[in-house]
Design a protein around this ligand. Structure first.
Ligand code: CO
Length: 498
């Protein structure tokens, strides 16, 4: 048995090499590829993805899986490795190769159409492509099968174990809590001024400041690097090469600061994953939602806390001199200003959840209900009006703002909000283990928080499914109550509520 597992791990290692090679090409394409190289690069990627598919669905793979699934009493890691490989094999095999290729082409065209439609702010240019994507996704669900609702199958892809039944309860509770809090904030006389963040500041100054924060909070520059790209992202090729990107906007310094801390949260997670998980396909984050819990933990719970800025504010005042006469308290409050907005990625910590809930409700209706693609702009605008009190005046700041749907990534959005929920639930446990947590931030010591996240979450890679991991770490099932509590505590102080 042991020998067979070792042979299997060797085979999986080869798969991982191929995946990493493909990812390096993608990274290069998004970070600095010469314009003329794009076409040949796309061909290379197509070829290598085909080779990967062959290896994933080969007879050798099938042979390994049928033998390994007979073994009983496998240790936790080997058992998780085999389960994951079987699921990946079955899912890959379930979709006919021709359908898969069709989807790749349709998605590529659809992404191009989305870009044009967004630039022209005209949903009708995108509508037929999106309709085709939705139709193909529904076909895929047919091949893959589902237990309770079709949309569950899409959720499962990013967040195994999460279902509409569970999300409906959790998101509903959260929605009510956010709306109530938002209402209270609207009725206060507190008016926060965040205009100093918009003072024009050269890229080089921002870069230096962000690098300093990265080093301090634990990003390992010997196992990673930071570059620039239009859309910030994190990508890794094992735990020793984790790359993040950021984007500097000269008249919005908060964008790069919090974008960088966010991506660092993803990166620290990947850098911490132990070597012994290499060759198992488990050397990666547990799910999209758990990944977002780590990035959001660093960005919001750490990075938007007053304790964090007690340490970093004097440094910030040196780099960004417009703040030299602004008090820490005033800086901290304006940093956390709540203001309903149309664009998801610009939303504050409180209203962000509403942006996700709107997308969740729409996706669910598209796949489980009777919502038609052509009605998306209307429904989108109605929901923004109802939940956030504002309405897009054009499609580019409404239904066309996110790239996700153009590539068929339905079921992805909820992971962002689940990240907030997991994060707050982890925080609750962390504060029990370490009541002095915020004082360590004030002292500029981010080792203790890093160690805790590493020992409790990062070290497991994806050995446990998200629901198992949350239970293991906190002793409870996923719940909205800790995030609600966190929001209430935070904004009551900032807006002087009650
Ligand atoms: Co993220």
């Amino acid at each position: 048995m042991k020998e067979k597992i070792e042979q299997f791990k060797k085979y999986i290692t080869e798969l991982e090499y191929l995946k990493n090679a493909i990812e390096i090409l993608y990274w290069d394409m998004r970070v600095g590829i010469p314009v003329k190289a794009v076409e040949r690069r796309s061909e290379m990627l197509g070829y290598l993805s085909g080779e990967l598919y062959k290896k994933q669905t080969s007879e050798v793979m099938e042979g390994f899986l049928s033998e390994l699934s007979k073994f009983e009493n496998l240790d936790v890691i080997s058992s998780a490795m085999v389960k994951k490989a079987i699921k990946e094999f079955e899912d890959t095999k379930a979709i006919p190769e021709a359908k898969n290729s069709e989807f790749v082409i349709v998605a590529a065209n659809s992404e191009a159409a989305w870009e044009k439609a967004k630039a022209a702010s005209d949903f009708s240019l995108f509508q037929p492509h999106l309709a085709k994507i939705v139709e193909l996704k529904k076909e895929f669900i047919g091949y893959l099968g589902y237990e309770t609702t079709p949309y569950d199958r899409l959720l499962d892809f990013y967040e195994p174990g999460i279902t509409v039944e569970k999300l409906d309860v959790i998101f509903d509770e959260l929605k009510q809590a956010i709306l109530t809090l938002l209402d209270k904030i609207r009725n206060t006389k507190v008016n926060l001024d965040n205009s100093l963040f918009k003072v024009n500041t050269p890229k080089e100054i921002q870069k230096q400041f962000n690098n300093m924060i990265l080093k301090k909070i634990g990003f390992d520059f010997e196992a990673g690097r930071m570059d620039e790209s239009v859309h910030p992202f994190t990508i890794n090729f094992g735990n020793t090469d984790v790359r993040i990107t950021t984007k500097y906007i000269e008249d919005d310094i908060a964008s790069a600061i919090f974008g960088t801390i966010h991506e660092a949260g993803h990166a620290i997670y990947e850098q911490d994953i132990p070597d012994f998980l290499n060759g198992t396909q488990l050397a990666q984050g547990a799910s999209m939602g758990i990944h977002e819990s780590q990035s959001r933990f660093y960005e919001n719970i750490v990075g938007r806390s007053k304790s964090f800025w007690k340490y970093f504010y004097p440094e910030l005042q040196k780099s960004f001199t417009q703040f030299k006469d602004r008090s820490l308290d005033s800086f901290y409050k304006s940093l956390n200003k709540v203001e309903p907005s149309l664009i998801r990625i610009e939303a504050d910590e409180l209203t962000y959840g509403l942006h996700i809930i709107i997308r969740y409700e729409i996706e669910k209706e598209l796949f489980n209900g009777s919502l038609k693609v052509e009605d998306l702009p209307k429904v989108w605008n109605e929901k923004y009006k109802a939940y956030l009190g504002i309405e897009p005046s054009k499609d580019s700041e409404g239904v066309l703002q996110d790239v996700h749907w153009s590539g068929g990534d339905f079921g992805y959005f909820p992971s962002y909000l689940l990240g907030n929920l997991y994060g707050a639930q982890f925080l609750n446990k962390l504060l029990k283990d370490m009541p002095e947590l915020y004082r360590t931030f004030e002292a500029g010591n981010f080792e203790p928080v890093h160690e805790w996240l590493k020992d409790n979450i990062h070290v497991h890679g994806s050995v446990y499914k998200p629901d198992e991991l949350v239970k293991k770490v906190t002793g409870e099932e996923l719940t909205a109550k800790y995030f609600i509590q966190y929001l209430n505590d935070k904004y009551s102080e900032i807006y002087d509520l009650n």
